[in-house]
Design a protein around this ligand. Sequence first.
Ligand code: GDP
Ligand code: CA
Length: 308
Amino acid sequence: MITALGGGVGAAKFLEGLSAVIGSEPLNAVVNTGDDITIHGLRVSPDVDTVIYRLSGHVDASKGWGLKGDTFKCLSALGRLGGETWFNIGDSDFATHIYRTHLRAGGMTATETASKIAAAFGLPANINVLPMTDDDVETWIQTPEREMHFQEYLVKMKMRPEVKGVVFRNIENAAPAPGVLGAIREARGIIICPSNPIISIGPILGLGGVREAIRESSAKKIAISPLIGDMPLKGPADRLMKGLRLKVTSVQVAELYKDFLDVMVIDSQDAHEADDIKSLGIEPLVTDILMPGRERAAALARAVTALL
Ligand code: GDP
Ligand code: CA
């Protein structure tokens, strides 16, 4: 059994490669829910849906999120009514959020809901998508003006405000979802996906007991850097790391995980960072970590699973 921790797009790309190379071995994907937001009265869980859509072959691969071939009529109709349109939700994607919100209102947990949605999309039976918590945790970004939901910072404000800090609202009252700690304890390998270390992996590791369980697990623990040439491929990892006064390097990412990490996988472009990773007591693996498609993601997954 393998357990992976991740966010949305970066995680989903890697997990698609991983699922292609592990055959029928059980795979738990523990997914960040700090990006979740209530919009138009609907509970949206972007990272969970991104992982489900990609692993079931329904993702819009050109965007990395949303559903293949989706249209946006509902969103423009909402705009005509005076609703907010900055958060892009396609028509079929809306159905997922309506369904989730309805199930949650009826008392179902995030975990149960994700499992129903995953089954409906035809996710392979060996893959278990586990939202990190059944409690509501939200990532908010502190900027000089005010604090805003991460989605507002990312999508509406297009990452323009300066980042002063990151807050995971309600994390102190949240517990890991049922199955998360067991998935960590029982895995032969724990993989930290090439996800944003601050806002995708950070909230998962911030839940009570998760870090300790990873540290104590006898699994081999491997992280893949989301940075290539010390830059994220997409998204605000560099801005958030700078805002928290961290260096934007794979060495720095390794350092964030150094209390539990065995191996840090970095790109050939960043081979010069291998020695500094070694100095942290972490084994570096230098390889090609860009995943422009399924084949390269599978090749990376093969290199990672070879270490287990
Ligand atoms: P999000 O929730 O959709 O932002 O997704 P994640 O947190 O899972 O992933 C975001 C990170 O994925 C970004 O920091 C990107 O740099 C990284 N990423 C995207 N594509 C690739 C890739 O092909 N290779 C690697 N190594 N990282 C990638
Ligand atoms: Ca995300």
